[in-house]
Design a protein. Structure first.
Length: 268
């Protein structure tokens, strides 16, 4: 940053009036004096949510990790969710369906987005450089029917459109945890990871998903939880996240690797 026009002690003694004058006079205001001030716009990234809560929506820790790493990477973020009913509502304190309840995916996702969210129908490749799908069972229940139908699942129409549009535009797609099944279903021949292919004594409790991914026609790549797999041909980046039973910081690191590679592929 450029040197201050007056010593710091004088700035303090002169008070707010002088600071205001400097703000008006300096190109870019006082932000120009701050070494961390953004000088160029980062990548514009869409984040697609599927509700709020691991068993019937977005896995909240994964969504938070994605947002933290995007923020650290200087990205501009807009969150989206389909405006559709949830498949069902789970009482997370009991792990059982709440039979009398019904909720909307967009409304529930707004909890994570702090209200700053739009319908998935409004998401376009023209407005974004990349798209990321956090995991949680909502990806397999609300964004698709994978939780019920496995390899014969259907993908939400808007989710399918978004995946195909970003793929056609050559813009990167990031997915973590169970959400790589979406790319496996929609993008023929994609390479993805959901971690390991054997349960290994409970460390990888959802290892059977790897077999379903192969049945969908995608290639499954065995990866550790702290890293991501980059399908350079299709610009699809995936990481296992909570497909693995491990410490939270390992999941956070793996999501960070995924986000870093997505941002790298944007070229921004």
């Amino acid at each position: 940053p450029p040197p201050l026009p007056l010593p710091p002690a004088m700035l303090i003694s002169r008070g707010p009036a002088l600071c205001t004058a400097l703000w008006r006079a300096a190109p870019g205001g006082l932000a120009a004096f701050h070494s961390s001030a953004r000088r160029c716009r980062g990548a514009r990234v869409a984040v697609v949510l599927s509700g709020c809560g691991v068993y019937d929506g977005t896995e909240i820790h994964e969504a938070s990790a994605v947002l933290v790493h995007l923020s650290r990477g200087g990205a501009e973020v807009q969150m989206y969710a389909p405006d559709v009913p949830q498949m069902h509502v789970i009482d997370h304190s009991k792990g059982q369906p709440a039979e009398a309840e019904s909720r909307n995916v967009l409304v529930e996702s707004a909890r994570i987005a702090r209200g700053k969210i739009a319908s998935l129908a409004k998401l376009t490749t023209a407005d974004h450089d990349a798209v990321i799908f956090p995991g949680g069972f909502g990806a397999a229940k609300n964004l698709s029917t994978f939780a019920v139908d496995g390899k014969d699942c259907k993908v939400n129409r808007e989710v399918e459109r978004v995946l195909k549009d970003f793929h056609k535009a050559g813009k990167p797609i990031g997915l973590c945890c169970i959400s790589p099944v979406l790319a496996a279903k929609v993008l023929s021949g994609a390479e993805v990871t959901v971690g390991h292919e054997e349960e290994e004594g409970g460390k990888w409790p959802y290892a059977g998903t790897a077999g379903a991914i192969k049945e969908l026609g995608a290639k499954h790549c065995v990866k550790e939880v702290t890293i991501s797999h980059v399908d350079t041909k299709n610009k699809v980046v995936t990481t296992p996240a909570f497909m693995c039973e491990t410490a939270l910081h390992h999941i956070f690191d793996g999501i960070g690797a995924m986000v870093k590679n997505v941002l790298k592929l944007t070229g921004k």
